[in-house]
Design a protein around this ligand. Structure first.
Ligand SMILES: *Cc1c(COP(=O)(O)O)cnc(C)c1O
Length: 405
């Protein structure tokens, strides 16, 4: 199957290449002491994760523990309020723990178990990845060390409590600005010392090879399920699919189901308060090529070429880069990346809650807002939104900042 000029027939076999490149993006830019452990994960991924036994076990876990497949909901009242275009949502908010992140955490933790590791290590910013990984670790009986900046520990008390209840060890990182960047550094340092007993689990399609590939593959269950379910429901493919993009994992997995189809694909980044550097986190829109956190992709840079401060109302989207595969899909013209700001996002949060009885995560509300905007421009057709997570975690913040609308 071809789409435009690009042939997607063997896409998943060819992208990334053996060194982890999607075109010029991706790769592995890591200190020497991490090269051996990363190579070990890559080899284990190819040997273990492609085996029948692993695939069958993960499939069973997805069904019996995670509650997959998650349904697709026809958003009838929302569609009627907008005109003739029909909107649908793939309900990752109904995946266990309330978001898509568990899809890759269960895969990563199962890999750890097959590799004979005793522990999983990760960093977390807002705490969503930490909670998903702590859940997976509890399920498999693995130890779990989550590195978190002290500033974030204070801000994200409910997620810190969840991780602790699940039995994870939350390691406080106090140096520098004591937020995500310092937590990443501390977690990598711990990993380079402890790798014989543990694996590092990255929370999105970012970081050095093999993570952008592995996390995409674990998340692709969302896209493949959605394609089949949508065909069964409507007898045809959606005209457009939409997902929000932070690091890009929910989008990468969702898009995987539709890359070779005649379907318009939209990845939505947060425009936050506006186009000035520091007011948004739209790296695919405004970033330039650069290396950070072990991979080459697009990134928002400050005047010294370092990762710039970024902002979004959605804490899960405020990352100064995006996965290398997204930069590649942008360059070849397969996916159109666009932006939505805070105000439209909050409107969409309330609209979906009121018209459909679904409270979306603020991250996912970016995709909902874009679908609403798009539906107003089209006079017929269908749009399938990836509803990456539920908004319970965001309610206190929304009420405090915006009040009840
Ligand atoms: C973490 C998170 C995101 C952003 O991460 P991606 O890797 O871009 O998918 C989006 N939605 C929800 C609900 C999240 O928790």
């Amino acid at each position: 199957m071809t789409n435009g000029k690009f042939d997607f027939t063997n896409y998943f076999k060819s992208y990334p290449d053996k060194d982890g490149y999607f075109g010029k993006y991706g790769g592995s830019y890591i200190p020497d002491e991490l090269k051996v452990p990363m190579a070990e994960i890559t080899e284990a991924y190819f040997n273990i994760c492609k085996s029948r036994k692993f695939i069958n076990e993960l499939r069973r876990i997805r069904k019996e523990f995670q509650g997959r497949p998650t349904p697709i909901t026809h958003l009838e009242r929302l569609s009627n309020s907008l005109g003739n275009v029909q909107l649908y949502a793939k309900r990752e908010d109904l995946n266990h723990t309330g978001a898509h992140k568990l899809n890759h955490c269960m895969g990563e933790a199962l890999l750890a178990k097959y590799m004979g590791k005793k522990k999983v290590i990760a960093e977390t910013g807002a705490g969503q990845h930490g909670v998903a990984l702590a859940t997976a670790a509890a399920y498999f009986g693995l130890e779990c060390d989550i590195y978190m900046g002290s500033v974030d520990i204070k801000k994200q008390a409910p997620n810190v409590a969840r991780m602790k209840i699940l039995g994870a060890n939350v390691v406080e990182v106090t140096h520098g600005l004591a937020t995500l960047k310092e937590a990443v550094d501390a977690a990598f340092e711990a990993y380079s010392k402890e790798y014989k007993d543990c694996i590092y689990c990255i929370g999105s399609v970012v970081g050095p090879h093999p993570f952008p590939m592995m996390v995409r593959d674990f998340q692709s269950v969302v896209g493949f399920e959605a394609r089949e379910q949508f065909m069964e429901m409507t007898g045809e493919l959606p005209d457009s699919v939409v997902a929000c993009v932070g690091g890009g994992s929910n989008a990468a997995g969702f898009f995987a189901g539709f890359l070779s189809d005649p379907v318009d694909i939209y990845g939505i980044e947060p425009l936050g308060r506006g186009t000035d550097l520091g007011d948004h986190a739209a790296s695919l829109q405004y970033g330039t090529e650069g290396v950070m956190h072990g991979f080459n992709s697009v990134m928002l840079k400050d005047e010294n070429g370092d990762p710039a401060p970024v902002y979004s109302v959605a804490s899960g989207l405020d990352y100064p880069s995006s996965g290398p595969e997204h930069a590649f899909l942008r360059d070849i013209g397969r996916v159109k990346y666009d932006v939505i700001g805070d105000d439209d996002t909050i409107d969409a949060f309330y609209t979906l809650s009121r018209l459909e009885g679904i409270i979306p995560a603020i991250e996912s509300s970016h995709a909902v807002a874009y679908a609403i905007k798009k539906a107003k421009e089209m006079d017929h057709g269908s749009i399938l939104i990836n509803l990456s997570g539920r908004g319970d975690k965001d309610m206190d913040y929304i009420i405090e900042q915006y009040g009840i609308r």
